[in-house]
Every structure is written in C-alpha cells, then in structure tokens.
Design a protein around this ligand. Structure first.
Ligand SMILES: [Zn+2]
Length: 370
C-alpha cells in the first residue's frame, strides 16, 4: 500500500489540511473509491475502514490484479464543520457551496485537445482521453479556494479509473445508487451484492456532481466524435449506503465484502468470492423520482419506512400543527420505492420530506436537489 498525501491550498493561516489517498495493487486497470464527500455522511467512511483492512490483506496475498485507490476521508474541510454538537458536512460554511457540485467539466477541454486525433482504435482512444483529462486538470490555473483544490485532487485520481464508487448516504434511507442508464446492466450485480433498493438513472442530473464528472465526459465525447470508437470507459456511481446513522460494524463489513466481490467480477481481484446475497434491484429513470413536500409547518409522523414499495394515494406521513389543530396526511403521487425520508421530524418550507422512485418520468431539467 502506498499512501499519497496532498496538501490542500488556502488553509487558514497556521493550519494545513491534507487529503490522503491509499493506493493498493498495480496494473492497467483501476478502481477508485472515496467516502464521505458530504462529510456528515459517515457510513461510507466506516465501510472504507473495512475496505482498507481487506485490501491490505488482499495485496499481501498477491490477489490484486489492478490498482485500487481508496480515499476514506474525501472531505477534511466538511469534517471539521461542527456547530454546537451538530455536523454540517454538505455545504462549505464559507461559501455555502455543496461539496458535491461543480466539479470541473472535462469533455469540452479534452475535445479541444483531441479533435482529429481519435480514430477506430477504442483502446488507443481511452488512453489518449485519460491522458488529456489528467493534463487538463494539471494545467488549470491554481485553485482559487480550498474547496476547489480538494475537488481537483479527487477528480484527478478518479478520472483515470475504470470503476468509480462515491460512497454517500441519505438522511434516513434504504440503499440506492445513481448512475448512467448505459451502465446499469453492469451495476445490477453490485446492487445484488449490497441489497440496493433502487438504481436512479440519468444521463445528466445537472450540477456536475462527482460521479457524473467522472462518467459523463465519455458520453459527451462519444456523441461529439460519433465517427470515432469511444467506449463509456468510466463506470461511476454515487452509492448511498442507507441513512446517516447506518455506521454499524456488521453492515460496513458486508458492504465492503460486496464491493470487493463486485471488483473481483470485473477482474480487479482474484480468488473465490461469494455470489450476490440479494436479487438485483430495478433501475428507474431519475426523472421518475417524486420529491414530496409538506403543505405547512409542523411535526412529522412517518407512516411508512424507507425502502417500502408504495402505491399512488398511499399515506406516507402526517404533518401536525398543534396550535391551529391542523393535521394533514400526505400521500404518494406515484407508485415506486420510498427510498428516503427526512431525518429532521419538523416540516420546513422548501425541503423535501420523502422521495419515491417511480418508473414514469415526472420531472425535467435539473434533477438533483441541493
Ligand atoms: Zn451525499
């Protein structure tokens, strides 16, 4: 194992933050796994600890057939954002920016560099494109903030990988994952190893999140250079490992083993690995996810747990205003998987209270909420 420490720019005077990447194995193929980019989403960090121990063993046993890079603490900035006992790891305090938005869009600068150089040889194209991505990131002007510097380091490690797993979680949720629809057939096996409840599929959710910053440039380049052979060479997913309190040992061990078994299926690890413990879940259009809001302020009572299948008209939660004797029951508008519910039990305006993944597209435009 090799430890690579990157110093982040623009630390407060007298302090310095470090982003650490742990690299296991060697070879031409590569997987990249990072945890807790939203720093208050800790199931991924707990799972990364199990992965780190197992990868160390597997490397010692000579069972790694490629490179696996692990970033157990992807966001040291957000990890320090505690205020009077509450962790706020989603938005940077200083700028208000979501840590998982606005990653550098690589297809445009890569296309400029490679116009006229891409041909029929898919393997050669992948090599050229990855090198161009690395060069583009290397040659950007110095990062203007600690956040920009951190995002650049993360993307520079991930953009050359064949498989990228960005480990997040939702508030109170069943396991779910986001990916390009074109990659869903390959992701089904990971869903079956981990017991994922639904795959949310979109070509461009808007916002340049980390997973799409890794996978989407390939789709854009393939469309732009339609005559060249450009495969979608980076399978990337945001994997939501349940809810924020889901940091138990048994679950973390099971998630790590499932991830390793999946990497073994892709040839990155040798040895005997178990078959998936679950059925693969359904992949649904992310446009079909219904975001459900409360009609007024009040205390919430959820009537169905995260992970349940719900039908249209089925009651999901009550909002109770005890001052004005107003109690409203809010129902699902679509059939699908109730994959996340709000953790805070107080209804606020503008914040979703529940999300249901359905099969029928309902939304257009920017699909990600902030
Ligand atoms: Zn997240």
């Amino acid at each position: 194992m090799q430890r690579i420490d990157h110093s982040l720019p623009w630390s407060t005077l007298g302090t310095e933050r470090t982003l650490s990447v742990f690299r296991f194995g060697e070879g031409g193929r590569k997987a990249y796994i990072q945890a807790s980019l939203h720093a208050d989403e800790l199931p991924g960090m707990r799972t990364a600890w199990e992965l780190k121990k197992r990868l160390t063993q597997l490397e010692e046993q000579g069972l790694l057939n490629g490179v696996i890079e692990l970033v157990p603490v992807a966001n040291p900035i957000g990890l320090g954002q505690l205020l009077q006992g509450n962790h706020q790891g989603r938005f940077e305090y200083g700028s208000g920016k979501n840590f998982n938005r606005d990653f550098t869009e690589l297809s445009e600068p890569v296309a400029e560099r490679l116009a006229g150089k891409l041909g029929d040889d898919a393997h050669a194209n992948v090599k050229l494109i990855r090198q161009a991505m690395v060069d583009v990131l290397d040659q950007l002007p110095p990062a203007g903030s600690e956040l920009a510097g951190m995002q650049r380091v993360l993307l520079s490690h991930a953009c050359t990988a064949d498989i990228v797993l960005d480990l997040h979680c939702d508030t109170d949720a069943s396991l779910h994952m986001y990916a390009l629809p074109q990659h869903w057939p390959q992701w089904r096996s990971l869903s079956a190893h981990l017991g994922v409840s639904v795959g949310l599929l979109a070509e461009d959710s808007g916002g340049s999140s980390f997973d799409e910053a890794c996978s989407l440039p390939w789709l854009r380049l393939a469309k732009q250079f339609a005559d060249a052979q450009i495969p979608l060479a980076c399978m990337s997913t945001t994997l939501e490992l349940g809810g924020q309190t889901n940091t138990g040992k048994a679950d973390a061990e099971a998630y790590a083993e499932g991830i390793l078994a999946f990497l073994a299926e892709h040839g990155l690890i040798s040895g005997e690995w178990p078959q998936p413990a679950f059925e693969a879940c359904e992949g649904m259009p992310f446009e079909g996810t219904e975001m459900i809001y409360a009609p007024h302020a009040g205390v919430l009572t959820f009537l169905r747990p995260a992970g349940a299948w719900v039908e249209p008209g089925e009651p999901l939660f009550e909002v109770i205003d005890p001052l004005n004797d107003r109690a409203t029951t809010v129902c699902a508008g679509t059939a699908g998987v109730l994959f996340a519910i709000e953790k805070l039990r107080y209804a606020q305006p503008g914040y979703w209270m529940a999300k249901v993944a359905g099969r029928t597209p309902l939304r257009t435009g920017r699909l990600l909420s902030d």
